[in-house]
Design a protein around this ligand. Structure first.
Ligand code: ACM
Length: 649
């Protein structure tokens, strides 16, 4: 008895210690290793930043991170200092930490950020900033704050080399200043790839000197459809583009933040704006305007040699502007109707001795692959580039689930995971009833967090082909910067942890605790993030093997969560496995007697739909045992996993 008491006491004290630690250190993404010591380092007006030649630029960046809020302007010096200094140092002995890893040691005398490469020092600086009081993110002097950093040793390195975020500035143009803010926020989250979606049916957004009409004509549409192709239009012209100087400015801005900008020039589909500017690029004589509706569009580039040459001219200018190894050529959603009906396209199929329009698309992409390869670059495209045969050097961005990525990885191609099931940030974050209008889907924070970019179907060797993952912000229904931030945050925080933190260190509940602090930083940075929902307790889980193809009941005890009479929502959230969960009905039982039922078909995983059930407790019986019974099946097999949430309405 006594023994049990002490074990309990020890556990309670340990838990108190752990939670106190978490309250103090809230770094997102969670580092690989955090070892705390007692004591603090305090920034003062006399703190210096010690650099060498190689870390000098970083020293000034750190000064700019610390000076506005503290009001101290730390000297950046190459002279060594004994104490009250922050040292930025390259250390090749730490090469095991990789090109982006770092070691951060804080003692009461000094802060040392060491890394094998500069990128690591930069990430160490991001962590250091998050160890300070959240006020450090203010851009004006804050009085009365002690700028203390807890003594700690952090060793850190990312799980994936591609930690990306996409932004569609073509459906809705986003101003240059916002793009910079977007990049700043990515850097804060240790993301390193900005996929800039620059061309679309609805707008061409990058100046190309050789073809000025691309922006003179292609960057502007006369109006925009309201809602989902309702047939009603807003009557307001929309447009804008980035000059080559703007592009250079943004690329340099990103470079300073260790972010690679991957430009996307869409082809052969999603190209109506370019065809509106240069009709000879199209397949028909019909005069086109910049598209004013949404969706997959039949108007695609023709396959003439002159069109290939035109696109390669465009890419030539793009390569001058973007140092990125990877150049994205789209490749998605290219309807083949116009090629089927085009004598020229059919003649091309014959002349090339290929089978059909899918192989023609493959030929088209190969022209770009060869072109880029010759210039030392690599082609990346959406998973449709697998159609008709993948170009030899191509990297696949898997968006229609993970299937394309798996196929490509097994065939020895590199892959970036961007599945619409877990990384489409244009999808709803919560019940659509209470959210701004969105394209559809359901991607709550926890589902983003639950994502593992390495599919089970890959063996260890194949898994190395997965460079990482990224999220997508398609902007059909995201008309402005503030709305964009709302869709991006805090889901980007969850994604950042998914691509940086080792799988075994990921813990949603701890992440959510750290997020409470982190959101204060975003608030200070004037980010229009979506506020967290009240914690939704997970009341149960289903695991692989518990379900199969026939509908069967699963049951969870919720007695502890039922504290009062009222309406409760039960939500099923798929988290992994090969098979989605179909739900037939949910019953609430008190002492094994059904007291409420909600029967309707629901799905979670794949395309999640109607996965929330409502049941009521009319009168609370404090002595009753309450359970939830759901009749469910997993589609196609027994490999389905997920969480069941209960929320009081
Ligand atoms: C895509 O969402 N069409 C790549």
């Amino acid at each position: 008895m006594k023994h049990t008491y002490f074990v309990l006491l020890a556990m309670v004290s340990l838990m108190a210690l752990v939670s106190c630690t978490q309250a103090e250190i809230s770094v997102i993404p969670q580092p690989v290793s955090v070892v705390e010591q007692s004591g603090t380092f305090e920034l003062t007006p006399k703190t210096t930043i010690v650099v060498d030649k190689k870390t000098e630029e970083l020293g000034y960046q750190l000064m700019n991170m610390l000076a506005p809020a503290t009001g101290y302007l730390p000297t950046v010096q190459q002279k060594k200092a004994k104490s009250n200094c922050i040292v930025l140092s390259l250390n090749s002995k730490l090469k095991d930490l990789g090109t982006e890893g770092y070691k951060l040691t804080v003692t009461s005398k000094k802060v040392l950020i060491e890394a094998p490469e500069k990128a690591g020092v930069f990430y160490g600086m991001q962590t250091l900033r998050q160890l300070l009081p959240v006020e450090i993110y203010r851009q004006a002097t804050v009085k009365g704050v002690e700028w203390k950093i807890p003594c700690v040793t952090i060793e850190d390195t990312p799980r994936f080399q591609w930690r990306g975020m996409h932004l569609d500035v073509a459906r809705h143009y986003m101003p240059k200043e916002f793009v910079k803010k977007f990049i700043d926020l990515l850097a804060m989250h240790k993301m390193n790839s900005f996929h800039w979606h620059l061309t679309e049916d609805q707008g061409w957004r990058i100046e190309i000197k050789k073809y000025p009409k691309l922006t003179e004509v292609g960057a502007w549409r006369k109006e925009t459809v309201i809602g989902k192709n309702t047939g009603k239009y807003d009557g307001k012209p929309h447009g804008g583009f980035y000059t080559q100087d703007d592009v250079r400015e943004i690329v340099e801005y990103a470079r300073q933040r260790y972010i690679n900008v991957v430009p996307e020039i869409e082809m052969p589909g999603h190209s109506q704006a370019a065809i509106a500017a240069y009709p000879e690029l199209g397949n028909t004589d019909k005069k086109l305007e910049v598209f004013t509706k949404w969706g997959v569009n039949p108007n695609v580039y023709n396959v003439d040699d002159s069109t290939i040459a035109f696109l390669q001219d465009v890419l030539t200018e793009v390569l001058e502007l973007f140092p990125s190894e990877f150049i994205h050529i789209g490749g998605d959603e290219c309807p083949k109707t116009q090629w089927k009906n085009s004598p020229k396209a059919q003649a091309k199929i014959k002349a090339l001795g290929i089978k059909d329009e899918h192989e023609l698309q493959s030929w088209f992409i190969k022209q770009m692959d060869t072109f880029l390869d010759k210039r030392g670059r690599r082609l990346i495209g959406w998973d449709e580039i697998l159609e008709g045969g993948l170009a030899p050097g191509a990297t696949v961005m898997s968006w229609r689930g993970e299937k394309g990525g798996i196929t490509a990885a097994k065939a020895g191609h590199d892959v970036v995971m961007a599945p619409n099931s877990h990384t489409y940030f244009d999808h709803y974050q919560a019940n659509p009833k209470n959210e701004p209008f969105a394209i559809g889907g359901f991607l709550p924070l926890q589902k983003v967090y639950s994502y593992n970019p390495i599919p089970k179907a890959l063996n260890a060797e194949e898994a190395k082909r997965v460079l990482g993952a990224q999220a997508q912000l398609w902007s059909e229904y995201i008309p402005n910067a503030k709305h964009c931030e709302y869709m991006a945050y805090p889901r980007t925080c969850a994604l950042a942890e998914t691509v940086w933190t080792p799988l075994e260190k990921k813990d949603y509940d701890l992440f959510r605790e750290r997020l409470e602090t982190h959101l204060q930083r975003l608030e200070i940075l004037d980010v229009n993030f979506r506020k967290l929902d009240k914690a939704q307790p997970v009341i149960g889980r289903w695991k692989s093997g518990q379900t199969d193809e026939s509908f069967k009941p699963l049951q969870w005890d919720i007695t502890k969560a039922v504290k009062e009479a009222g309406t409760y929502q039960v939500m099923f959230q798929y988290t992994g496995g090969e098979h989605r969960l179909d739900i037939k009905s949910v019953e609430l039982l008190a002492n094994d007697k059904v007291i409420a039922e909600d029967a309707h078909p629901g799905v979670t995983g794949g395309s999640t739909k109607d996965n929330v059930y409502t049941v009521s407790v009319d009168k609370l019986d404090k002595n009753a045992r309450y359970t939830i019974r759901a009749v469910v099946r997993s589609d196609g097999g027994a490999d389905s996993n997920g969480d069941v949430f209960l929320a009081k309405q």
